[in-house]
Ligand binder design. Sequence first.
Ligand SMILES: Nc1nc2c(c(=O)[nH]1)N[C@H]1C(S)=C(S)[C@@H](COP(=O)(O)O)O[C@H]1N2
Ligand SMILES: [Mo]
Length: 554
Amino acid sequence: MQVTEAERAVYYPQDRRFRIWIRPKVLLLLAVLALVPLIFAWLQGAFWGLPYIMSNSASAPATASGPHGFPIWIRCCHFFNLFLTFMLIRSGLSILMDHPRLYFNDGCTPGTEWIRFTPLKVPTDRIWTAKDDNRYISPLFGLPGYCHTVGVARCWHFINVYGFVLTGVFFVSGLLTSDQWQRLVPTSWAVFVQAWNTFVTYANFHLPPEPDGFYGYNALQQLAYFATIFIMAPVSILTGLAMSPALVNRFPAYTRIFGGRQGARSIHFLMLIGFIVFVVVHVTLVALTGFARNMNHIVLGVDDARPTGMVLGFIGIALVVLSWVAAHYISWHFPRGLQHAEKALMQPVKMVTLDRFIPQEHYTREQISPHFWPNGRMPEREDWKRLAADGFKDYKLKIGGLVENPAELSLEDLRALGEQETITMHHCIQGWSGIAQWRGIPMRRMIAHVKPNAGAQAIAFYSFGPALFGGTYYETQDLYNAMKPECLLALEMNGKPLPPVYGAPLRLRVENQLGYKMIKWIERIEFIASEKLVGEGEGGSNEDEEYFDLLPNI
Ligand SMILES: Nc1nc2c(c(=O)[nH]1)N[C@H]1C(S)=C(S)[C@@H](COP(=O)(O)O)O[C@H]1N2
Ligand SMILES: [Mo]
């Protein structure tokens, strides 16, 4: 792909250091969580020897009850899952690095993160935007990797999440309509005792007697598979949803289950780590406990030790690795096609679900975040600076395009249309959030004032500020969302006139969407027939240049 100088500076920054910092208390907690069971296992091994592990029916294949072997649909699901999980992990890591800090508070106050993937502390002596904060990740680990590629990474994440959910639904339906669930779902509490005994054996560097996986699993293995399928996967999906602005601002109580949006984001990340740990342990044990035979089970569905399954398995793994190379190639050579593919899959679903939600303010003054990450590039234009110098006294918002009643409104005129207040949570695509109070003019009052023609379907907003790679920052809204009661042209934030960094004199608030739709430093507004008619036709600067969604309800 041809990249301009400005793009190069964003994608390939000079500073590519990678550091992980974990809050000491959290580190201690993790160490304790890991060490306590190990210490107990070692003590038990040292004083009482290795525990006795009951053989289960799978140890004697001739008499094994329950499911025999892996039917083709399980083997296919297993392969798809391998492919999809890695796509999700790799794109997830790219998304994470766009705001490389995790919190358990919705204000994302710098310094309150429990883990960060950046060597930088947020400076306090100057404006530090969320985009200044994003980090580089090597394309070996991230899809598509590099820096600030969250748009493309999200395309992959959402396309693959479809496959992940469908595979999951298909797999679980298959389990429940056959006898295969018996492998995975423990039916007796004794499984915990057996699982502990198995753990003690591993912890003392021994392998427990291995049942033939063709017929059944050892207790710890069963619990690990059960947790991955029935706990980690659903929790990943539920916490993913809990980061949706449409859902959170409509049903704040849902997200509180996970400790707020940032709790959900942290848990989503912990699930990612869980999947990685699972893959590492799973693959190691498959290799240690009769690799050729195990591979025949899951690749061919036969129970012998020929090398065929192993060979085909390696080919399958090679295909998965090849898919990473292909995905990288597509990301950099056909990002627009990728963006459109994601849109074709996601937009229709969003339009009948998340986009229908009318946000409701549910936050109190006490919940307003002490810090609100700023984002974007401040206007550099002289006319904006002149206006700002005398408090936007001479500012006139120009509204035109397909309207009966074009207008030029001062801040006074705007106020006269009638103001409204909300306290809402802002969701940036990069991952941070913040709660603030906004006061301004509902878009629908402004719309009623200018009277759009029947042909007007979208509204284009142009900023005084520049877009990421230069040129004018612009965004569009469809009329449907602009008419929602909380959609505001905000003049005030937390009880004061909008501060310059946060969009003075006027910015948009659309609470069921992600932050980049909420254009700051608005200069003029135009009613148009379609978002396709402005810029590159994707619906805004971010959609054009960073492959973000037109309708970002999640
Ligand atoms: N003009 C302009 N508006 C903009 C942006 C920008 O870069 N330029 N960034 C957007 C993004 S990505 C976000 S998250 C919000 C951030 O708003 P805040 O600075 O009030 O936190 O502004 C949005 N509005
Ligand atoms: Mo953002």
